[in-house]
Design a protein around this ligand. Sequence first.
Ligand code: 13P
Ligand code: SF4
Length: 346
Amino acid sequence: MLRYNEGYKVSQILYKAFCKYYNSVQALQIIIDRWDVKYMTNNDTNAMKKKILELKEQRDAVIVAHNYQVDDVQEIADLVGDSYALSKFCAQNQHKVIVFCGVHFMAESAKILSPEKTVLLPEIDAGCPMADMVTAETIREYKKKYPEAKVVCYINSSAEVKAESDVCCTSSNAINIVKSIPDKDIIFVPDKNLGAFVAKEVPEKNIILWPGFCPTHHRITKEEVLKVKGLHPDALLLVHPECRPEVVELADYAGSTKQIIDFANNNSAQKMVIGTEVGVLHKLRKDNPEKTFYLLSQGLTCPNMKKTTLESVLISLRDMKYQIELNEEIRIKARTCLDRMLQMGG
Ligand code: 13P
Ligand code: SF4
């Protein structure tokens, strides 16, 4: 007979073997799905777009895409925008299905706001490493340490984290949200860079930063910026507040992806260096064919945002996957946090 320890070891081995098998089956399914789509559309982009539009009608679906999505996905979306615009749209639209071309926390936010709708995330593994840098449990510990403080969470966070927070914010409204909270002490999670940006603009508050960051934006260094500025001395520098404070310090403008696009569209400058994810260049160049845009760094690609393709959107609509599901108790609490942000506005 097996002793307890041996039994435990055997069960671990069987469990790992099952996980490997399950992952292999899933991976194989993804390969088969992609082949199927290529076969169905003859690998033709226009045929894929046509099929997506057909399925969209059949399903009564709306497709929303973040500004960091690949060009083809932006082209078929009904709305392309920043986190704030997309969450506002998802709270209000009348369709039965929302296909969210973005990362997990965005689709989750859409589900929090519209529980009666089917919310699909075309790529189940499209996550946000920064959102994973904070958990509900660690927030509870911080709240014990700072009982007087209010918790403001960046929308780049899980439903569980939102459920533990007082109010949500995006990069476009973080300053205004923090300003409108009457309390002095604010725990800001999870982005230390956005938190530092807010702290500088709202010095009357005591902002307790969380050590999270976006790996894509945080990698830009001051030295890199100075080098690019030297190469393009007549260009304006526009950056996202997820960049390090010393990078934001050197910029002519810092804002959300939509705010960067609006700034570039409305400014007479002909040359601009862009310090955010490469996806924004699509709209910038489309809206301003006469202007020149340089990407601040070649590393400005979010691998998770780039997972979604036309194929995955088509498969998502065809098979109605991957559906976002939430625990109702968490969802209701997280909704209060998001609703407060939407009521406070931009
Ligand atoms: P915004 O579109 O709100 O600027 O968001 C940036 C971002 O990194 C989303 O993950
Ligand atoms: Fe997350 Fe950064 Fe990617 Fe945005 S760009 S989804 S913050 S990893």
